[in-house]
Design a binder for this molecule. Structure first.
Ligand code: ZN
Ligand code: ZN
Length: 179
């Protein structure tokens, strides 16, 4: 129900929710400032603009996509600053990183989001979110069996999305005809 996928649809944004998000993102900005100050770094205006972009989307984005968005807006934020800031955000627990395999990393913010897991297409890189209470319960049961206390989990299922499966089928059908 709370799912957003990356095929263009960010789910309905209701005004009160947006106001809450703005307040929350100001809090994040302060917390992030505190975090990087502890590392001897400053919350520069470039970093502030990166935060705004990152927390203004529910998509699963790559560092390149963020950098590209700045370029499109003729906003001069360097690629190095984007990469560095994203890794600081992950280190501080402000962002989650989803490794797609290879060098591709996608990021998502977890602020104000309900817990969800991911189906990840290894072919086109699309990411589908899902929530499945039965899986959550099963994980608790497995942990309990081992007297294990869960602090967090991240479930990623790799494979091919609907579109890519259809492509593969079309290709193999075509080569069956010609071959
Ligand atoms: Zn795909
Ligand atoms: Zn997600």
């Amino acid at each position: 129900m709370n799912a957003a996928d990356d095929s263009g649809g960010v789910r309905s944004s209701v005004a009160p929710r947006r106001a809450a998000l703005v307040a929350a993102s100001e809090r994040v900005e302060r917390e992030f400032e505190r975090f990087i100050r502890g590392k001897g770094l400053k919350l520069t205006s470039q970093r502030r603009r990166i935060l705004k972009r990152v927390f203004g989307t529910n998509r699963h984005f790559t560092a390149e996509e963020i950098h590209e968005a700045f370029r499109r807006d003729r906003d001069d934020v360097s690629r190095a600053t984007v990469y560095r800031t994203l890794s600081l955000l992950v280190e501080g627990g402000f962002l989650d990183m989803l490794e797609l395999g290879g060098d591709t990393k996608r990021y998502e913010h977890i602020l104000g989001r309900e817990h969800h897991d991911h189906l990840m297409c290894a072919t086109c890189g699309s990411v589908i979110e899902f929530q499945e209470p039965r899986i959550e319960v099963l994980q608790e049961e497995v942990a309990a069996r081992h007297s294990f206390r869960i602090t967090s989990h991240s479930l990623r299922i790799f494979g091919s999305c609907k579109k890519c499966v259809a492509n593969e089928l079309a290709h193999s059908a075509a080569s069956a005809v010609t071959g």
